[in-house]
Write a protein that binds this ligand. Structure first.
Ligand code: ZN
Length: 325
């Protein structure tokens, strides 16, 4: 292909720009004809959604996750660069159920110009969880029930096959493998959860991210903040939770990677004042994956890290704080 030499004259630059535009269009057409394919550009919001896109898309997609490790999706705001990436994507996959609350207006502004699919909204109404009194706002943290997250993967498969129908067969073959890996992951979590005596199956965390987990694997769940981290926990909540922990003699409570540990530490101090030394059971990955290339950097790795951390901490005997009557 002829390449114009980069000459620093306005006319030459204009010509170069025109050439690039033409080349760009030609590439796009080539993709449609499948003669010189380029990967489908997929933008995912969270790492968990990106994991599905990579697992099912394989080499046929180039996936970019907007939210990296430690990023809180409830509070995430799109930068100008993110908006550009969304506009340029062939397909946008997001969680939905109002998880990415601050992206809603970005999607609305783009109107029908982007193809955006909310994968967690594949979970039927009857299987969604709600906080008491908030029946109109479903809990968005669906990925903690691995069997439910299967439905999200199924929705992503449909979206990929529709956006790139030439490769629908390959996406289906990849999805079969991906879904089988979710089945063994679900069995692993179930087996590990079964090691904790039923009376100790209580999970206290920074925010209410683990209701689907609790519902699926038999844990009672208490979060200091509600579903949405935008709401601050008050002093009354801290005292109430501390009483609950002391009453139930729980051995451990848990911090989360995408939520400030301050509130959990306050609860721990309040429990100690009641004569029980509740341990910090470790950090759970709730709304974002761990760092890339770390064990919790994939969806399966994150789920395994969480259940292993929970089981190890809850199997310990609770300790009395010094000076307990
Ligand atoms: Zn959350």
């Amino acid at each position: 292909m002829d390449r114009p030499l980069p000459v620093a004259r306005p006319l030459a630059l204009a010509a170069l720009a025109a050439t690039l535009v033409v080349v760009g269009c030609a590439r796009h057409d080539a993709r449609d004809a499948a003669s010189a394919p380029r990967p489908l550009r997929v933008v995912a919001t969270t790492g968990m959604v990106a994991d599905i896109a990579r697992g099912i898309g394989g080499d046929l997609v180039r996936v970019r996750a907007l939210m990296g490790p430690g990023v809180d999706p409830h509070l995430f705001k799109a930068s100008e660069g993110d908006v550009l990436r969304l506009q340029e994507a062939d397909l946008v996959l997001y969680n939905g159920l109002h998880l990415e609350a601050r992206l809603a207006h970005v999607f609305a502004r783009m109107g029908g110009r982007i193809r955006a699919v909310a994968v967690a909204e594949a979970v039927p109404a009857a299987r969604r969880l709600f906080a008491p009194g908030r029946e109109r706002a479903p809990d968005p943290h669906v990925w903690f029930d691995v069997a439910l997250w299967r439905l999200a993967a199924g929705r992503a498969l449909d979206a990929l096959a529709a956006a790139d129908s030439v490769h629908a067969g390959a996406y289906r073959a990849n999805a079969e493998r991906y879904l089988a890996s979710l089945d063994s992951l679900d069995a692993y979590v179930r087996e590990q959860a079964g090691r904790v005596p039923p009376a100790r199956r209580v999970l206290v965390t920074a925010h209410d991210a683990f209701n689907y987990f609790g519902h699926a694997y038999g844990f009672e769940v208490r979060g200091l903040q509600g579903f949405n981290t935008a709401a601050e926990a008050g002093t009354a909540d801290v005292q109430e939770l501390a009483s609950f922990i002391a009453r139930r003699r729980l051995p451990a409570i848990f911090a989360e990677s995408s939520v400030s540990p301050r509130a959990v530490q306050a609860v721990r101090a309040a429990v100690r004042a009641r004569g029980l030394d509740v341990a910090l059971g470790g950090q759970l990955f709730s709304d974002s994956l761990g760092p890339e290339a770390s064990p919790a950097g994939s969806y399966a790795g994150m789920v395994r890290h969480n259940i292993d951390t929970i089981v190890a901490a809850l199997l310990h005997e609770p300790l009395a704080a010094q000076g307990e009557p």
